[in-house]
Design a protein around this ligand. Structure first.
Ligand code: GDP
Length: 529
């Protein structure tokens, strides 16, 4: 079994343990190789084999970090799970994010729970639309970003051209930590700018082994094609001269992004990324509470729910509230409270999350991810704590852009339908509204992307046994939360309507951005932000 915890009663306290944590997510446009890199990273720590999970081509549809049936069937990552393993004396908490833009709200919540990210780019495609969007989220959250240029075993863009793209799209200076040798025709390994040697990598065919490495003299290596070494060493030096060398402070201040090259499917270059993460990536730092005060890392335990996941086990309905530890030591069975309601919570069934398996969590420290099984009443954004009360700010809600009425096709299932909708609203799968006339046809669902509607329909069928159908898309493209006693006056503006959330919040919906701008101009006092 994995042994990532210090022995209970050992003297390594939260300060020491926090310094060992590396909590991050890999972000990328779909198909850049996120699942492959995640697997390759875990492989470096040999966690894949130890957890008894098979991998390689045959199991590509169910990699260690994939979870739900829906996501396996569709071959896309919908939910977020966490993978935990030891590497070079550090505890790695790798959070999975859905790549598809329809699940960007889910991704944003995951990014709120990490300390830095790895931005994965396909060497042939460069910065893609979803990469840019995800990067913008990193910018808003002040997250340091490590850039990994993947699929180096195939023909791709010139590395220096990719550097320009990264700089233009992110505003951060890309600095070469290593440089590919043999690109684009035959990727052989990696060098460091200014060095005479390079690390030759054996390409592993199935991706199931850690690549064998050998440090060799670049100029005299006969495996390289003529000119390959001089091109690599010259370009590496040029990149260094243009953008400078890596600097820890500039990296954590989000001014630099260190760049690595990999072929994740052959495990090439992945070790260098992991070594860098262990040595240079930021450990968790104190989180700010709603009061504006930081909760010290060494204070009593606190954490917040960034994801509620259900439907993992088809045999019985279970639900896990996924929590990031923000301070102190969490010990299973300890007394903890739910900050929002003040009531005690059961901490007996807490688990670390390792892909589809669960490992019972004995002790956890800041940066760790813990799943609370079947603890009712926990919602996304909620805080739990021991000792002195603390509450962290709620998760921001995205403004939905797509709206549909969902109808029950068999009216005898009304009770289960209501329960299912409430559950899916609670775990953040979709937003639920009613119309001013009480929604006689069914509740209105609000989403950022259409795939969310499909997931709702499928989960209602699978987990709650109810069949549903959707009406046509409602004619709104934008929504904004409203405030104040006069929200009803928005209805005077042509092309706008009101929707109500279960908690009473009123949301204005607009047919297009011009109607929205007009309403904002006429009635600015109604808009919450
Ligand atoms: P994701 O959608 O970002 O999670 O991408 P996947 O990890 O599923 O990879 C998408 C495809 O690219 C799969 O067919 C992988 O086998 C392939 N792939 C991933 N990494 C590499 C790589 O380094 N080189 C090559 N040639 N293919 C890769």
């Amino acid at each position: 079994m994995l042994n990532t915890d210090s022995p209970a009663g050992g003297d390594a306290g939260p300060a020491t343990e926090t310094a060992r944590r590396r909590t991050f997510a890999v972000i990328s446009h779909p198909d850049a190789g996120k699942s492959t890199l995640t697997e390759a990273m875990a492989l470096q720590a040999r966690v894949v084999d130890e957890a008894g999970v098979t991998h390689g081509k045959a199991s590509r549809q169910s990699t260690v970090s994939d979870w739900n049936d829906v996501e396996r069937e569709r071959g896309i990552s919908i939910s977020s799970s966490a993978l935990r393993f030891d590497f070079a004396g550090k505890v790695i908490n790798l959070l999975d994010t859905p790549g598809h833009s329809d699940f960007s709200e889910d991704t944003y919540r995951v990014l709120m729970a990490v300390d830095f990210t790895v931005m994965l780019i396909d060497a042939a495609k460069g910065m893609e639309p979803q990469t840019r969007k995800l990067f913008d989220a990193c910018r808003r959250l002040d997250l340091p970003v490590i850039t990994v240029i993947n699929k180096c075993d195939r023909p791709g863009k010139e590395p220096l051209e990719l550097f320009d793209e990264i700089q233009d799209a992110t505003g951060r200076t890309p600095v070469a930590v290593n440089w590919p040798v043999g690109l684009p025709s035959a990727f052989q390994g990696l060098t460091t700018p200014g060095e005479e040697t390079y690390t030759w990598h054996e390409a592993t065919q199935s991706g199931a082994r850690v690549a064998r490495e050998e440090v060799v003299e670049g100029a005299s290596d006969e495996r390289l094609e003529p000119g390959a070494w001089s091109a690599a060493s010259e370009n590496a030096l040029l990149a260094r001269e243009l953008n400078g060398a890596f600097d820890d402070e500039d990296f954590t201040a989000c001014e630099q992004t260190p760049v690595f090259f990999t072929a994740a499917s052959s495990n090439l270059g992945v070790r260098a990324v992991m070594d860098f993460i262990a040595a240079h990536a930021p450990a968790p730092s104190p989180r700010t509470a709603v009061t504006g005060d930081d909760r010290a890392l060494t204070a009593d335990f606190s954490g917040y729910v960034f994801k509620v996941q259900s439907g993992m086990n088809p045999a019985h309905r279970d639900q896990i509230a996924i929590v990031r530890v923000n301070s102190g030591t969490f010990e299973r069975g300890m007394d903890i409270r739910h900050a929002q309601s003040g009531r005690p919570l059961n901490s007996k069934y807490a688990h670390h999350l390792v892909g589809r398996g669960r490992e019972t969590a004995a002790l956890s420290w800041p940066g760790d991810i813990v799943g609370f099984v079947n603890v009712t009443g926990l919602k996304i954004g909620d805080t739990m704590h021991s000792g002195k009360r603390v509450e962290f700010p709620p998760m921001p809600r995205f403004n939905p852009e797509r709206f549909r009425v969902i109808r029950l096709t068999d009216s005898s299932q009304q009770k289960r339908f209501a329960k299912g909708i409430a559950q899916l609203e609670e775990d953040g799968t979709v937003q639920v509204f009613r119309t001013p006339d009480g929604s006689p046809r069914g509740p209105v669902l609000g989403a950022v992307g259409d795939l969310q509607f499909e997931v709702v329909k499928e989960r209602l069928r699978r987990e709650f046994g109810v069949e549903t159908a959707y009406d046509e898309l409602l004619p709104y493209e934008l929504s904004r939360p409203l405030k104040g006693p006069n929200v009803e006056s928005l209805k005077q503006v042509f092309g706008t309507d009101l929707l109500y959330r279960p908690d009473g919040e009123v949301v204005g919906v607009f047919r297009d951005k011009w109607k929205f701008e007009r309403a904002l101009e006429k009635l600015p006092e109604l808009f919450a932000d």
